[in-house]
Design a protein around this ligand. Structure first.
Ligand code: GLA
Length: 777
């Protein structure tokens, strides 16, 4: 709801209020953002600055308008606010200073933007401001999504003058906070280590969370959270910010010595210099704001619902996703049709639904030094072409999916030999290489048209139902042959990418597109507008994934996250972890497998079959349920658990994940919130133990002496499995939430028995919570 009273603009969502106002001289002041309030009047939330402030500058000499102290709605340069500005312009005559004053406002039912943005029923408030001297109009937009407690903001600059202006910085949103005691949460990382939670207690200074790589990056995700120091997963106030943008982004948090906190977010001003000729306009990407007064879980749930309902679009929105097998780690570049079909047959046997042919199917691509750009099938590997191969896959009862990396080109490719100037590089300079490849210049229309046509040809050449779109290097040597102003390269690149995706997703509405960028190097809301799911990380190691999935969950829903069960020793860490744990963790999102099933034992294949059957029976819950993290997190403990509650709040699934077993472990107590009143059965998904797990301890119980790893030991391990614990409780929702369930104690050197959990290093469990009447045996 948007209420406009006197000079105040009051935006309300179900649980939040956002208030700003205009002064007599046309300046916009920020008044409040937080829990929902119904105002009698706004006097109480007007900032009082009668006391003055030393060296501060007073806006146009107006009483008490101390610019350095004022909470502003959108700040500019050169008018006395010495903090970071939301917009920086330049014109040789006017210099950098700009002063925008309120012109008018309007409320719309909906809006449209050239950029990918949120959609759905949303009231939109637009304010127009004008810098009369420079002849520029600034429009501020506020979009309201009441049920998810999201307000999104973006801005537009329109050049109404006769001269060209330069935009040096143009952020999407600014929030000035009157208090500074916040902890800044960012999600940082590197390849195979994406979106690790990093927390900073704020002190005076400027904190930057940004990407300069050309993509939203694995270094610093655009998601930023500010929480009160005492806020935890289940209680307390916190603000979340994200950006619907896949290019260079920047958020700054500035804390001044005058006890002010400013948050800014938008396109990174790094290597950004945009020319705005007369009559032209520039629109920023959409910043997504949410507030929760009930801790971080509620904040994440707001983001999750927003992504599922207002970002992801098309056929796969809120629609269950297939269980897939990806050919990469099981084969890398070394495969042929026969081998893949054998793998696919096994995949079908264990319950896989979609077979994904990863890298290596085109050109002469037998390693990563060649062929990117040559999207023609390699008939040596696939003699029946993509069409024939897909038909054979379909015949087995599987859908067919394909990997592509269209934004890239190898120097060793026919495309490069024909069009060397299509690659991004500065004329006369030798460009940097990443994974032996260069980036195609998507700022060039000719390149975009070529890609669209070529990909349309590939996608229509066979029955493809899924496409994994990869992007395996960052952008350097930024130069676009057809650009007049190279300062626009990064933004125009990403706009070019969106143009291609717009066209392809429209032309192939039945293809499920999965985003990928060396794993999760471009995991953002812009991507999610075209790719309903994203490959979370190339790192599939159980332990690393607990960190990655936890970090990712702060801003992105399980439906957006894809997880694969892979082989051991793990290809990224060489770590050996149980198959059950790899699966238990991969369940929380979209499940896939990425290993050579043909190398597995009968028992392992049987286990996988059981896993997939289990997952399919609860897939809706794992992909679209409400996600909760526990306070016990891998970032602060040796164990972590998280859980999902069904949309109608009468079913849940909890994953308990251990890193290393420590002697004298603490008691494991799990709490589950969010279930409606009623009686539930709480029980563990049953596990079996291989006798070998216990090594020489077998002789503690065996009547005869057994040689460890000897013939008898091996034989027993093959034919006999020890039943794990069975833990069942009848409970109600209150018990689950408040007293929690005190789980069986863990085996840690003593006391093995049927009422002991053997988790060991990297052990895990899934617990099922069903309504008593629905509980399956
Ligand atoms: C990237 C992806 C992997 C795989 C390879 C193929 O690394 O993240 O999943 O597709 O490329 O080259």
């Amino acid at each position: 709801m948007i209420e406009i009273r006197d000079d105040f603009f009051h935006i309300q969502t179900e649980n939040t209020s956002y208030v700003f106002s205009r002064t007599a001289s046309g300046l916009l002041l920020h008044n409040y953002y937080g829990p929902k309030v119904n105002y009698l009047n706004f006097e109480g939330i007007k900032q009082k600055l009668e006391g003055g402030a030393g060296t501060s500058i007073v806006y146009e000499g107006e009483a008490n308008m101390h610019m350095d102290l004022l909470d502003l709605e959108y700040s500019t340069v050169g008018i006395g606010d010495f903090r970071e500005a939301a917009i920086t312009l330049h014109h040789p005559r006017f210099g950098h200073s700009a002063s925008f004053k309120y012109l008018d406002h309007e409320v719309f039912e909906s809006d449209s933007s050239a950029l990918p943005s949120s959609y759905g029923e949303a009231e939109v408030l637009r304010l127009r401001l004008k810098d009369e001297v420079a002849g520029l109009e600034l429009e501020l937009y506020y979009k309201v999504f009441p049920e998810t407690d999201v307000i999104s903001r973006y801005a537009k600059l329109v050049n109404k003058s006769e001269e060209t202006h330069t935009i040096q910085r143009f952020f999407s949103a600014q929030i000035d906070f009157p208090e500074t005691d916040y902890v800044m949460m960012t999600f940082m990382g590197a390849w195979a280590k994406e979106r690790w939670l990093v927390e900073k207690e704020l002190k005076p200074g400027i904190y930057v969370n940004d990407s300069k790589t050309g993509g939203s990056s694995n270094k610093a995700n655009p998601l930023v959270i500010l929480r009160k120091p005492s806020t935890d997963e289940d209680a307390g106030g916190c603000y979340g910010f994200n950006l619907v943008y896949s290019g260079n982004h920047k958020s700054t948090v500035e804390v001044t010595f005058q006890h002010k906190l400013r948050f800014l977010t938008g396109i990174n001003d790094h290597a950004f210099n945009y020319l705005l000729p007369p009559g032209a306009e520039f629109v920023t990407p959409e910043a997504v704001l949410t507030y929760s007064n009930e801790g971080l879980n509620k904040l994440s749930q707001n983001f999750h619902a927003f992504v599922d309902n207002h970002i992801v679009r098309g056929k796969f929105r809120n629609r269950i996703r297939p269980v897939l097998l990806n050919s990469w780690e099981g084969n890398y570049f070394n495969f042929n049709e026969k081998r893949l079909l054998r793998l696919a047959r096994k995949a079908k046997e264990v319950g896989i639904e979609l077979f994904v042919l990863d890298d290596g199917w085109f050109g002469k691509r037998d390693d990563d030094t060649s062929s990117l750009g040559d999207w023609d099938v390699n008939l040596k590997k696939l003699p029946h072409g993509l069409k024939g191969f897909a038909e054979r896959i379909n015949k087995l009862g599987l859908e067919f999916g394909l990997w592509v990396e269209p934004e890239m080109i190898n120097e060793d490719s026919d495309l490069y030999r024909k069009h060397p100037d299509w690659a991004v590089k500065v004329p006369g300079r030798k460009p940097g290489l990443g994974r032996n490849q260069l980036v195609l210049d998507l700022t060039n229309k000719e390149v975009r048209e070529y890609l669209i046509n070529k990909l349309k040809e590939v996608f229509s050449s066979c029955n493809v139902k899924y496409v994994k779109w990869d992007y395996n290097r960052n952008i350097t040597d930024m130069y676009g042959k057809t650009l007049e102003n190279q300062g626009e390269f990064f933004h125009r690149y990403i706009m070019g990418f969106y143009e291609i995706m717009e066209e392809l997703t429209k032309s192939f509405p039945d293809i499920l597109f999965e985003g990928c960028a060396s794993g999760g190097n471009r995991f953002d809301l812009g991507m999610l507008c075209y790719f309903p799911q994203i490959w979370t990380s190339d790192d599939t190691d159980y332990l690393e994934r607990i960190y990655i999935q936890t970090g990712t969950s702060y801003g992105y829903p399980p439906s957006a996250i894809t997880n694969h069960v892979s082989a051991i020793p793990n290809h990224q860490t060489l770590r050996v972890t149980p198959l059950s744990s790899r699966f238990n963790l991969a369940c929380f999102g979209n499940l896939g497998y990425e290993l050579n099933l043909l190398d597995l034992s009968k028992e392992e294949l049987q286990e996988i079959k059981t896993q997939i059957r289990f997952y399919k029976a609860r897939r809706e819950l794992f992909q679209f349920g409400t996600f909760y993290r526990s306070k016990r997190s891998i970032y602060n403990d040796n164990c972590a658990y998280f859980y999902m509650v069904s949309k109608d709040c009468d079913e849940a699934c909890l994953g308990f994940f251990q890193a290393l077993l420590r002697p004298s472990p603490k008691e494991d107590i799990v709490h589950i919130r969010g279930l409606k009143e009623g009686i539930y059965v709480f029980r563990n998904r049953l596990e079996k133990h291989n006798i070998k797990k216990f090594g020489g301890l077998i002789n503690y119980v065996s009547p005869i002496r057994i040689k460890v790893n000897g013939k008898i030991h091996n034989l027993i391990s093959r034919i006999y499995k020890i039943k794990g614990e069975k833990e069942v409780y009848m409970v109600n929702a209150e018990m689950l939430e408040h007293s929690g369930i005190r789980l069986f104690s863990q085996f840690a050197g003593t006391g093995f028995g049927s009422k002991v959990r053997v988790l060991g290093d990297f052990g895990s469990r899934i617990y099922l919570i069903d309504r008593a009447e629905d509980s399956k045996a």
